[in-house]
Structure formats: structure tokens, C-alpha cells
Design a protein around this ligand. Structure first.
Ligand code: TXA
Ligand code: MG
Length: 351
């Protein structure tokens, strides 16, 4: 079935290129696709869909069998919680049993958008979603196709990023196809993700707000609204796959370095017989035989292309990628976080 969907998808896109397509035609096509997605979700199937951060692998959050399939398809351990996506903040009451006023404030300011709030769960939330914890992660995504899907579906959609466990998150429909192929019934194509890194996760379930994962909304922007610095929770109390030391990993070995050390590290790796690429915003002078991929200096743009760049490193079959550490302001914190975890994933290969 999925291949039929996909073929019809591609036909639609091809004809869009070659004929005069009006805005109304595109709107009709999108709403057909969204309706098809809703039917699949209601029948307990899986739908990959675009969000502004990365593509999600969605299932009806109230259908346990469907949520179980997410874990099977991703190869993800069952103890890890999944974010529930909602069409609007007005649905918060259904999924939580207490909403502190700071949650309303953050939702008003940042939803729809790349922010996930961790709150005390209500009785409708299954243990499968929460990994057995007493809290649930909730987010209202901003991507228009995600919005249409959530509005038409009406309920919550449980969705982790649509990649295999531990791997680089997908930022295009094509990435999802490469990662998951026929394992999902439908992949909604909403173009490349605008933010490019996952949502920022803030825990509001106890005491003061804690930053669980840096992401698409900067810690500075959040703290301005919260009115105080956030704590960062100790890793031991967090059950979050994106929080594990090794995650978001390409096949190549990733090393992080300051700009002054890029050339010497690259030379050291090249001498060991590895094919090496350096990822940096400038044009450093590098020894012969070292490739370079220029990444954007502006951190929001860098975040947008970060995962695409890591996928390119693998496509070009480099053994080692040496990434220049970004400044730790704005989206730099999320970029550094993902690069560090990608680096940790194969750190044990380091001699
Ligand atoms: O931007 C995003 O957040 C994307 C898009 C698809 O929405 N989703 C995403 O999902 O990144 P995933 O499963 O790859 O990462 C979700 C993170 C995990 O680290 C998970 O453990 C954490 O959210 N999380 C979910 N519920 C939680 C909870 N109740 N307490 C603590 N962490 C939670
Ligand atoms: Mg993920």
C-alpha cells in the first residue's frame, strides 16, 4: 500500500512541475494527503509527518498497539518516553492533571513552535508514552502540514523523530524514506524542516523549570520569559534517549575541536589512513588531502543544515569529520549538544 501512496505522491509532484497548478490545486492535494494520513492514524497505522524541527513518526497517542509499533520500527527501547503532539494548547487539560501558570505563559509565547513541555500526566496517558514516568512531554508544532494533520485528527499524535534509534534525525521526506522505507504507511512531504534541530524540552513537573534538552528555542529566549535561569537536570534522573551521551550519530566518527586545532587534528587522522573532512564556517588552511564542508556562520542557519551536513558526510563516505565547536549562545547550544552526542556515539573507536 505504501508504495502506491508514494508513487501517487511523486506523480502529484511531477505534474505540479509541468502544468499550471493553482494554489487551490495544491491546497486540495495537501488536504487529500492529510485526510489519508488521518484515516491511517485512526486505523492504528503509522504516518511520518513534517514538523518545523525534524520529521516525526506519528501514531494515535491513545492507541497502545499503534504506539508499540513506533518502538518496533525505530528499534527504540520501550522505557523511553515519546512526545505527544497537540493541535492547540487548549488540549493541555486532557493530557495533564496540573498545569502551572508558567506552562500557560510559555505556551502562549512559544506555541505553536519548537518547545516541548514536560508536565504531570493525566489518566488518559499510557505508560508506553511516558516510559512509566508520571510525566508527559507535550508540544504544539508550528509546521502548517502538522497543524492541518493535528486539527483534522483531533486527538494527540505520539511522535519521536522518524529515524532509527540513535541515528541522525530526518529533516526531509526523502531522509525518512531512506531511514524507514516501507515500514511506515505514509510519509507526508512538507519540504525541508525550517528549524533543523529538535524542540527544546523544559521540565515543569516539579519545582523550578529545568532544561532537559537544548533545541529550537534558545535558553536565553526561554529564560527571558520565565524570569529566572533554568537548571539543567542531572542526567541520572532523566529518561530521555536524546539525553543519552551517545545519540544523533552518523556512521563517520565525529570529533569536535576549536578552530585553532582543526588542521592538526585533521592531519593526525589523515596520517592514520582515514579520509577526513573538516566542518567549519570559515575557510581554514588545511593540509593537502583534507576535505572541507563550509557550514553557515549564523547559528540558526547552521542548525537548519546540521543534520543534512552529517548525512552528507556519510554519503561521501568520510571516515572522520572534525567539526569546529560553535559558540554556546542561541542555537549554538543545541548544535554543540547534538555534535557532542554524535561524537560520543563512536568515541570508543578512538585509539
Ligand atoms: O522536535 C522534536 O521534539 C521532535 C519532533 C518530531 O517533534 N521529536 C523528537 O522526539 O525529538 P524524540 O522521541 O526523538 O525525542 C523526544 C525527547 C526524548 O529525549 C524523550 O525522552 C523526551 O523527549 N521526553 C518525552 N517525554 C518525556 C518525559 N515525560 N520526561 C522527560 N523526557 C521526555
Ligand atoms: Mg530522536
Amino acid at each position: 500500500m505504501s508504495s502506491i501512496y508514494r508513487r501517487s505522491d511523486e506523480n502529484q509532484r511531477a505534474s505540479a512541475l509541468f502544468s499550471r497548478v493553482t494554489k487551490a490545486d495544491i491546497a486540495r492535494w495537501v488536504s487529500n494527503e492529510v485526510n489519508r494520513a488521518v484515516d491511517i492514524l485512526r486505523a492504528g497505522g503509522l504516518v511520518a509527518f513534517p514538523t518545523e524541527t525534524v520529521y516525526g513518526l506519528g501514531a494515535d497517542a491513545q492507541n497502545e498497539a499503534a504506539v508499540r509499533r513506533i518502538f518496533a520500527v525505530k528499534g527504540r527501547p520501550a522505557s523511553h518516553p515519546v512526545i505527544v503532539h497537540l493541535g492547540s494548547a487548549s488540549q493541555l487539560q486532557t493530557w495533564t492533571r496540573s498545569v502551572p501558570s508558567i506552562a500557560h505563559t510559555l505556551a502562549r509565547r512559544f506555541w505553536p513552535g519548537p518547545l516541548t513541555l514536560v508536565l504531570k500526566r493525566s489518566a488518559v496517558v499510557s505508560d508506553l508514552i511516558t516510559g512509566g514516568q508520571d510525566t508527559v512531554g507535550l508540544r504544539v508544532p508550528a509546521n502548517p502540514m502538522a497543524q492541518q494533520l493535528l486539527t483534522a485528527f483531533g486527538g494527540g499524535i505520539a511522535a519521536p523523530s522518524a529515524n532509527r534509534y540513535g541515528r541522525v534525525s530526518p529533516t526531509t521526506a526523502e531522509d525518512v524514506r531512506t531511514e524507514l522505507g516501507d515500514l511506515v504507511e505514509l510519509i507526508l512531504d512538507g519540504g525541508p524542516s525550517e528549524v533543523g534541530v529538535e524542540s527544546t524540552i523544559v521540565d515543569l513537573s516539579s519545582g523550578s523549570p529545568a532544561l532537559l534538552r537544548p533545541g529550537g528555542i534558545s535558553a536565553e529566549d526561554l529564560e527571558r520569559v520565565i524570569g529566572q535561569p533554568m537548571s539543567t537536570a542531572p542526567a541520572s534522573v532523566i529518561r530521555a534517549p536524546g539525553m543519552q551521551a551517545a545519540h544523533y550519530a552518523p556512521l563517520a566518527r565525529i570529533l569536535l575541536a576549536d578552530s585553532s586545532r582543526l588542521a592538526s587534528l585533521a592531519e593526525r587522522e589523515r596520517r592514520k589512513g582515514h579520509s577526513v573532512v573538516v566542518l567549519s564556517p570559515g575557510m581554514p588552511s588545511l593540509p593537502n588531502g583534507i576535505a572541507h564542508i563550509r557550514v553557515p556562520e549564523a547559528l540558526e542557519e547552521y542548525a537548519r543544515v546540521l543534520y543534512r551536513t552529517l548525512r552528507e558526510v556519510d554519503r561521501r563516505r568520510f571516515d572522520v569529520a572534525i567539526a569546529q565547536s560553535p559558540p554556546l549562545t542561541g542555537l549554538g547550544l543545541a548544535i554543540q549538544d547534538r555534535l557532542t552526542r554524535a561524537a560520543a556515539a563512536n568515541f570508543d573507536q578512538e585509539p
